[in-house]
Design a protein around this ligand. Structure first.
Ligand SMILES: *[C@@H]1O[C@H](CO)[C@@H](O)[C@H](O)[C@H]1NC(C)=O
Ligand SMILES: *[C@@H]1O[C@H](CO)[C@@H](O)[C@H](O)[C@H]1NC(C)=O
Ligand SMILES: *[C@@H]1O[C@H](CO)[C@@H](O)[C@H](O)[C@H]1NC(C)=O
Ligand SMILES: *[C@@H]1O[C@H](CO)[C@@H](O)[C@H](O)[C@H]1NC(C)=O
Ligand SMILES: *[C@@H]1O[C@H](CO)[C@@H](O)[C@H](O)[C@H]1NC(C)=O
Length: 408
């Protein structure tokens, strides 16, 4: 274990569990280094390709002033979106880092840690829906702002969504650090939320709920996706700040840190991990819920279908993605122009519609578009997503690039 940990910048000096992956920035980490990532140079610990056309330094920043002061990280991360942040011709503004690792981030019982903050300078615009720290299938995510399609003109709510519903929320306060850990049991198919403010220890604010839990280990979007909304775009820059981003297994570390910047302390970590013997509890209710989920049928609304019919330019997919089209994609592609069925077919390949749909449907009586992946093939299916989408692009005339976050 020590050897696998030695390459990682570690979080708090006393960990309860063991670190599967760490995105914590040590004092020598630079944006230029992050920018060196490419499909032919997949350097750990971060993938960097979902962003606009300007220089990376416009979208990412690293500084000791960007972290939660309570955290032991040497540096925190700034992610910025602005009027240039359209990735590959999409109308969504996106600046997202994704873990780059050979570690399995999609099995067992894991805690996905991160802390999030905003400032009064370059604050987020509450008139737009923001999807934050989301997985490809949107089974869980943080969301901020006016939910796309909701009435009103702005909404300062920072919410946690899982299984298509808002499970917890607060009013966003500039300058406050929001610490989170997604409590994800990939076996039981449940996700819960631990949270705290500032330097406080995490507490469980939502106990685990059943969800379409899955990850292919490279689909956790640490960053911000802003939907275009229906009115005028606001090109003003928005900053979101991050620290303490890591994935832990075993016992949950609830402390945020002691503020010291000693990020490489593998001896302490190993000792703490060895001292930790209690196994994570298994959710015994999971089997039943998983069964009912598997039996459920996706009912994508017309609105969602229309939204899915996003037009993008060609050649938007990373060239490294395999070209073998899956059966689902082939079926979808030949099923006429129905994006709904295309989406549904794609769903069997574990691609999800954005969480804004179920959230919105709660208030609009539209039917849910909860997606129900086949867990055993999730990783494989996700790996084929590029080709699925490519098929959709070329055959049904409208598509997204890598993920199916809904725009409308
Ligand atoms: C700091 O982190 C980077 C990865 O971001 C790693 O390549 C480098 O070796 C680390 N430096 C030290 C001194 O550990
Ligand atoms: C990126 O930065 C370089 C100089 O570092 C500059 O010449 C170039 O114009 C910038 N590109 C964009 C798109 O801002
Ligand atoms: C953080 O502070 C806000 C505002 O006081 C409060 O509403 C919220 O419950 C706190 N969060 C946690 C996890 O305690
Ligand atoms: C948010 O964007 C809307 C739409 O462009 C704009 O009218 C509004 O002034 C912006 N709000 C803030 C606080 O910048
Ligand atoms: C590692 O942790 C131990 C125990 O907490 C501490 O005594 C030691 O100073 C730490 N080492 C570093 C390099 O921070």
């Amino acid at each position: 274990m020590k050897s696998s940990l030695s390459l990682l910048a570690l979080p708090a000096s006393a960990l309860a569990g063991t670190v599967r992956w760490s995105g914590i920035f040590n004092s020598s980490a630079t944006v230029a280094e992050l920018d060196e990532w490419s499909w032919s140079n997949q350097i750990e610990p971060w993938q960097w390709y979902i962003h606009g056309t300007a220089n990376t330094s416009e979208y990412l920043g690293l500084s000791s002033s960007f972290k939660n002061p309570a955290a032991s990280d040497a540096q925190g991360l700034r992610t910025t979106i602005d009027g240039t942040s359209f990735w590959e011709g999409q109308t969504m503004e996106r600046t997202e880092l994704i873990p780059q690792t050979t570690a399995d981030l999609g099995s067992g019982h894991l805690y996905y840690h991160f802390s999030l903050s905003t400032k009064t300078t370059n604050p987020p615009n509450a008139s737009f829906e923001h999807q934050i720290a989301f997985f490809e299938s949107h089974f869980t995510e943080i969301q901020y702002g006016l939910v796309d399609g909701a009435s009103g003109t702005s909404d300062n709510t920072l919410r946690w969504n899982a299984a298509g519903d808002t499970q917890w929320s607060v009013q966003l306060e500039a300058g406050n650090w929001y610490n989170f850990a997604y409590d994800i049991d990939f076996s039981a198919k449940t996700v819960g939320l631990w949270a705290s403010n500032g330097s406080e220890a995490l507490t469980e604010v939502v106990s685990p709920v059943s969800a379409s839990v899955s990850s292919n280990s490279e689909d956790w979007h640490v960053g911000v996706l802003r939907l275009p909304g229906s009115g005028a775009n606001d090109a003003a820059a928005e900053d979101w700040f991050w620290s303490g981003v890591y994935v832990e297994e075993g016992e949950l570390t609830t402390s945020i840190g002691d503020g010291s910047s000693s990020s490489e302390n593998e001896t302490t970590t190993a000792a703490a991990a060895a001292a930790t013997t209690s196994a994570a509890a298994v959710e015994t209710t999971a089997a039943a819920t998983t069964t009912s989920e598997a039996a459920a049928v996706e009912t994508t609304t017309a609105a969602a279908a229309a939204a899915a019919a996003e037009t993008t330019t060609s050649a938007v997919l990373p060239t490294q993605i395999a070209v073998s089209a899956s059966t689902a994609a082939a079926e979808a592609a030949t099923t006429t122009s129905s994006v709904s069925s295309a989406t549904q077919a794609a769903t069997s390949a574990v691609i999800a519609v954005g969480s804004s749909v179920p959230a919105e449907s709660a208030s609009s009586s539209a039917s849910s578009s909860e997606i129900l992946p086949a867990p055993s093939t999730a990783a494989q299916a996700l790996a084929e997503m590029g080709s699925v989408l490519k098929a959709l692009l070329s055959k049904s005339g409208g598509a997204h690039a890598r993920d199916f976050a809904v725009r409308r």
